[in-house]
Design a protein around this ligand. Structure first.
Ligand SMILES: Cc1cc2nc3c(=O)[nH]c(=O)nc-3n(C[C@H](O)[C@H](O)[C@H](O)COP(=O)(O)OP(=O)(O)OC[C@H]3O[C@@H](n4cnc5c(N)ncnc54)[C@H](O)[C@@H]3O)c2cc1C
Length: 400
């Protein structure tokens, strides 16, 4: 196993670090104070700079207009971008579009690729992914109730989804719906592409999350599908293969999330250390960093960050070399280990900033609010732990 970074990737990561520092971190006060949609013109300017630097869409396939980086390479890029909440959006590798590009590329028809994939990779349109439902457990999606019933040449979709990230302003949604109710559990559902201007696609609201309703890309929509009619040619992949395709989306997606979270860990860690170094705690000139407690926070955060990072790079390496299904245990591990490491390091940094940490004068309160969700989406901690432990126990089970 070799995590050596090639000169090419090191140059790219250095360029991104510089860009994030010079162009994006200075925008954060505005990002925290304003509605996201008011920032779109300035973000567009930054995106044009990224295109000029030829760093647009780092993880998307070359034939679609991306840079075609491997999972491990993109992991390193994602870590650098994660230092700012604006990083992934400006370089155009943000969730949920990144996952949608992956499945459209793997399973889309020629027509679907022309209509949806090409403009999505170019950044001309955005998309969203609607699986989770208001009334059914997202942790057990086989229970989903949204239906897509064939009628003539069409599917007619009915259902109530929520947490459809970035639905506000998206051009289309990829929707998970039951198409084959009589089939076996994992063959009941399909993925269907639904343009958001279709009659019956109703964006009810942007859900307030941790006190923040958001707008445009930075929002989570509640959507009511009411007799929403789309042509059957909008089926993505074979009918009944929704859960199989969802797996294609989730494996690499978890690496992307974890590497972004590691970028957040690094930013919070840097802030923690600067604060420890500068903040006076006594007239004699003693600083916060002289206390045993804060030194413990720093040492523990450094070790936990390194451990989480190596575990994640190892997972990316396993997926690149052996495929996502062989890396299942490792992918489950990083999902809860990195999410919790990030929450812990952000919390310690916020505590070190005292009252200032609670304000929006640093990025820490935003991370604290926004990134708590990491322990819930893409599989809650408890679900990953339960399935990992089940697989481990199987290897110990003795036939009687
Ligand atoms: C910020 C954010 C963005 C999201 N974006 C999207 C998106 O773009 N598209 C989309 O479709 N969904 C999205 N989601 C939804 C997300 O995938 C679900 O919230 C998640 O799958 C959990 O489902 P649930 O909320 O229905 O919780 P439930 O399934 O009701 O679970 C609630 C809790 O019960 C516990 N639990 C559940 N099952 C088990 C078990 N088997 N063993 C032990 N404990 C268990 C866990 O602690 C879990 O947190 C997003 C969620 C958030 C918070």
């Amino acid at each position: 196993m070799d995590f050596k970074i090639s000169d090419k990737i090191q140059t790219i990561v250095d360029m991104i670090n510089e860009f994030v520092e010079k162009e994006l971190i200075p925008l954060e006060p505005e990002f925290l104070a304003k509605d996201f949609k008011d920032l779109l013109p300035i973000l567009k300017e930054k995106q044009d700079l990224v295109r000029k630097m030829e760093l647009w869409a780092p993880n998307f396939p070359v034939e679609c207009g991306g840079m075609g980086l491997s999972l491990l390479e993109h992991g390193l890029v994602s870590e650098a971008l994660g230092r700012s909440p604006l990083g992934h959006y400006v370089f155009w590798c943000q969730a949920p579009d990144a996952g949608n590009v992956e499945i459209l590329h793997l399973h889309g028809t020629k027509k679907q690729k022309q209509r949806y994939l090409t403009p999505l990779v170019k950044g001309d349109i955005r998309s969203c992914f609607a699986m989770t439902e208001v009334d059914m457990p997202g942790s057990n999606p086989v229970m989903l109730e949204t239906t897509a019933v064939k009628d003539g040449e069409d599917y007619v979709i009915n259902g109530h989804k929520w947490y459809t990230t970035a639905a506000d302003g998206a051009n289309f949604a990829i929707v998970m719906a039951v198409t084959n109710p009589d089939a076996s559990t994992y063959r009941k559902a399909s993925m269907i592409i639904v343009p958001t201007d279709t009659k019956g696609f109703n964006l009810v609201r942007n859900i307030p999350v941790m006190g923040h309703k958001g707008s445009d890309y930075f929002s989570h929509g509640e959507i009511l599908f009411e007799s929403c009619r789309v042509p059957q040619e909008n089926l993505l992949g074979p009918e009944g293969q929704g859960f199989v395709i969802a797996q294609d989306r989730l494996g690499p997606g978890r690496i992307h999330h974890c590497m972004r979270w590691l970028g957040i860990c690094r930013r919070a860690f840097d802030l923690l250390c600067s604060r420890a170094d500068e903040r006076l705690i006594s007239p004699s000139g003693k600083t916060l960093g002289s206390t045993q407690t804060v030194r413990n926070w720093i040492a523990e955060s450094a070790a936990e960050l390194q451990a989480a990072r190596l575990l994640t790079l190892n997972s990316a390496w396993q997926i690149d070399h052996n495929g996502a299904s062989m890396a299942r245990d490792s992918i489950s591990m990083i999902k809860f280990v990195v999410a919790n490491t990030m929450n812990k390091i952000v919390d310690r940094a916020l505590q070190a900033y005292g009252g200032l940490g609670m304000t929006d004068d640093t990025i820490l309160a935003y991370f604290y609010r926004h990134e708590r969700a990491a322990r819930i989406y893409d599989g809650a901690d408890e679900v990953h732990k339960a399935s990992l432990a089940k697989r481990i126990l199987k290897t110990y089970h003795k036939e009687q």
